[in-house]
Design a protein around this ligand. Structure first.
Ligand SMILES: Cc1ncc(COP(=O)(O)O)c(C=O)c1O
Length: 371
């Protein structure tokens, strides 16, 4: 009604308050939060900002998300880093012992961990890994896409330098929203790969603008830079350097509303509710003869199951026809784990903090008629 820029101005205070809500949600400070379009955008911004030299290793777990696996390969191709795939322990979570051993060898550029993997149902021991990364002085990136909104997250306790998250998953926020936590103390060791004029401000050096002088020398007269043009930039303070100017203001406000909703419920209560409901669901599935594939010492609200008679996609279709939304896993989103455990597509049922036992019983009734 009033125009997009004007509406954004009008919502300026509410937009600023979203940073504070997210910071409260994870135990950070407002200026350590960057607004991003989705979890992978935040994760990539963090990953590619960490300096890595040829021959250095990056420690990754075999439960990493597919997009992260692509970035690791790209970093091996373009930066010459070595992908050091840390195995799981007997419970399926990342082997803390193996991380410790590998860190002790030195020359590690980054420790990367997916907190709650796409499949597997487990919660990785992010705090234990954080303490090892910290002692070794190695940057620590946590993919929190699936832990935000279902676990009681405290980035101080985890000790991570980055924590990337999506709005649309357990926070129940709008699609196309997310955030990246960037610890203050890592800022002088990293540099975002694709800054714009929002994340950095253009400045000019007092004299001898070297970059422009060189450019002028190589250009025709009509394309040269006049004396005194900006030839440098300075990073904006805090995590803002990881942001871009343009974004969905409505989406960001929606993410803020989702964060406030979670804060109102209490993240400690949410964690207990989701864990208990998910365990109830696992027992119910086993009782009707379905196989549950979840692992881990601590298990999350993501429950994965299969029938030995009906393919998961058909189970998903049947549930959907009855108004129960679930999903199925694919090799692309969880490549290392799918390969290691030789997994077919799994039916993935995610329990939210609003999910009731009645809803679980209803879903089970639908499944029972199809298996
Ligand atoms: C562990 C994990 N990380 C990252 C993502 C990607 O999130 P987005 O699609 O918001 O980039 C997903 C999505 O399923 C995920 O499961």
């Amino acid at each position: 009604m009033i125009g997009g820029y004007e509406a954004a101005d009008e919502a300026g205070d509410r937009s600023a308050a979203v940073y504070a809500s997210i910071a409260r949600l994870i135990g950070a400070q407002s200026h350590e939060i960057a607004r991003v379009e989705h979890a992978t955008a935040g994760w990539n911004a963090a990953f590619w900002s960490v300096p890595m030299e040829a021959g250095q290793r990056i420690l990754v777990h075999d439960h990493e998300y597919g997009a992260n696996a692509v970035a690791f390969i790209r970093a091996a191709e373009t930066r010459g880093v070595v992908i050091d795939l840390v195995p799981s322990d007997s419970t399926g979570q990342v082997s803390v012992e193996a991380v410790e051993e590998r860190l002790s060898l030195g020359d590690v550029a980054l420790v990367s961990l997916t907190h709650i993997p796409t499949n597997g149902g487990l919660v990785n021991p992010a705090i234990e890994i954080g303490s090892l990364a910290r002692s070794a002085g190695v940057p620590y990136l946590v993919d929190g896409c699936q832990s935000i909104g279902q676990r009681d997250i405290d980035v101080q306790e985890i000790g991570c330098d980055f924590y990337s998250a999506a709005g649309r998953k357990f926070l129940r926020g709008p699609r196309g929203t997310g955030f990246l936590y960037v610890r203050d103390s890592i800022l002088d060791r990293v540099a975002p790969a694709h800054p714009d004029h929002w994340g950095a401000s253009l400045t000019k050096s007092a004299e001898n603008p070297e970059i422009l002088r060189k450019s002028n020398a190589m250009c025709s007269d009509s394309a040269t830079f006049p004396e005194g043009w900006a030839d440098r930039f300075e990073w904006m303070p805090g995590a803002r350097r990881y942001e871009n100017f343009e974004h969905s203001v409505a989406g960001w406000l929606g993410l803020g509303a989702a964060a406030d909703c979670a804060l109102e419920w209490g993240t400690d209560r949410i964690e207990v509710t989701v864990s208990n409901r998910a365990e109830e669901l696992r027992s119910m599935l086993t009782e009707i003869g379905l196989e549950v594939h979840d692992q881990g010492e601590v298990r999350s609200g993501i429950v994965t199951t299969t029938s030995d008679r009906v393919p998961s996609v058909e189970l998903r279709r049947a549930l959907s026809a009855s108004g129960v939304n679930t999903s199925t896993t694919s090799f692309a989103s969880s490549p290392y784990d799918s390969l290691r455990r030789d997994l077919p597509p799994l039916l993935r049922i995610s329990v939210q903090y609003t999910t009731t036992v009645e809803e679980l019983t209803f879903a089970l009734d639908v499944l029972r008629t199809f298996i």
